[in-house]
Design a protein around this ligand. Structure first.
Ligand SMILES: NC(=O)c1ccc[n+]([C@@H]2O[C@H](COP(=O)([O-])OP(=O)(O)OC[C@H]3O[C@@H](n4cnc5c(N)ncnc54)[C@H](O)[C@@H]3O)[C@@H](O)[C@H]2O)c1
Length: 347
């Protein structure tokens, strides 16, 4: 059980910078912190195709400061980090699929952007504490299930490699320059405020869109591949507890769910919750088969023991809240189905 008072404790007046705070996870975090009285600054470049959305922070718009800047902008970051007590570093290239055709953006945003942020902190505010959201993809295919933090890291793409590099960069600034940090490796997160324009990342949310639209969810192979799907509010709990727990400093933690769900169970639950849509099996393409890492789910015993975090929301409850949100705010998220590369050409 999460200690509620620890979760809510003492955010009043705390100065917090969230990179990527207009996106899915960042905006849910910004809202929670702003509601608890923190002084939240968001740095977000609103990169087309990613999850940045003005509507995401509508409920707290007057209580947060937004800087529409790129984390690779050294002068901007030098300024933005000053006086912050906590920096949640969530901005970056976010899609494995996009990294296959454009690996340069991973290097630019995820590696260079992280170096720019950490250099700014080293020079202007080394006392801030950093919480970084890496990915379970840093492990690559699971050698043993569930996957714990001691598992080898054999990432299968530039998205994952660049996240591992960002993690190592932040660790370096901790060991060499004393900047305290906590490194999180997130599983698949789903819930309100994620982008729903395309299916280049965020598979659970994409299934939700298909079901709401009464379309067909395609399950590759026999639908039996296992994953862990974590509701975004639980992810936000983990970020906040990581920031506030002295014992977490310098640690790497998985943030996931320790009982897996098959893609078929996910699709069936979504269809039951929405009351629309259907699913069918689809053969793997050769490319997809080569990329598919197989079963993966997280061992979360380390974070549970160290900072007392664990998921609180069942898959069904999380999906019900997600479907409710998107039914209510559909026009803010559906957008056009232009492919990311087409929208890049159009920009
Ligand atoms: N959502 C998941 O399932 C998941 C899983 C593992 C890891 N993560 C990590 O969590 C973080 C947040 O992901 P999300 O799902 O909220 O994605 P998102 O796309 O919704 O949000 C990312 C935000 O970062 C901003 N951004 C990207 N590059 C930027 C730059 N150079 N400068 C300033 N802003 C920039 C985007 O505009 C966007 O608003 C990412 O680092 C992602 O890799 C997410």
């Amino acid at each position: 059980m999460i200690n509620q008072s620890k979760l809510q404790s003492d955010w009043t007046g705390r100065r917090v910078l969230i990179t990527g705070g207009m996106g899915f996870i960042g905006s849910n975090l910004a809202i929670r912190l702003a509601e608890l009285g923190a002084k939240v600054t968001i740095a977000d470049a609103m990169v087309a195709e990613y999850g940045g959305n003005l509507f995401n922070i509508a409920t707290v718009r007057d209580n947060v400061t937004v800087n529409f800047g790129d984390i690779c902008d050294r002068l901007a970051m030098d300024w933005l980090v000053r006086d912050q007590e906590y920096v949640f570093h969530l901005a970056g290239q976010v899609s494995h699929v996009m990294s296959l055709s454009d690996p340069y953006t991973d290097v630019e945003y995820n590696i260079k952007g992280t170096v720019v942020l950490m250099e700014a902190l080293r020079r202007f505010n080394p006392r801030a504490k950093v919480v970084f959201t890496g990915t379970r993809g840093q492990y690559g295919p699971a050698v043993k299930l569930p996957v714990n933090e001691d598992a080898p890291t054999n990432p299968k793409g530039l998205y994952e490699i660049s996240n591992l590099a960002a993690e190592k960069t932040i660790q370096f600034y901790h060991s060499s320059h004393g900047i305290e940090s906590v490194l999180l490796r997130l599983t698949n997160i789903y819930g309100p405020r994620a982008q729903m324009k395309h299916h280049q990342y965020g598979v659970a949310n994409w299934f939700v869109r298909l079901a709401i639209d009464d379309e067909t969810i395609k399950l590759f192979g026999d639908g039996s591949i296992k994953r862990d799907f974590l509701y975004v509010d639980d992810c936000v709990d983990a970020l906040m507890l990581a920031a506030k727990s002295p014992s977490a400093v310098g640690e790497v933690f998985n943030v996931g769910v320790d009982h897996p769900t098959t893609f078929r169970e996910l699709a069936e639950t979504i269809i039951a919750v929405t009351g629309s849509g259907r699913w069918e099996f689809a053969p793997f393409s050769a490319e997809r088969k080569a990329q598919e890492p197989g079963d993966f789910y997280s061992d979360i015993s380390k974070i549970r023991k160290n900072i007392g975090w664990e998921p609180r929301t069942s898959l069904r409850e999380g999906l019900e809240a997600t479907v409710r949100y998107y039914r209510q705010h559909r026009e803010q998220y559906w957008g056009s189905l232009m492919s990311p590369s087409a929208s890049r050409r159009a920009a």
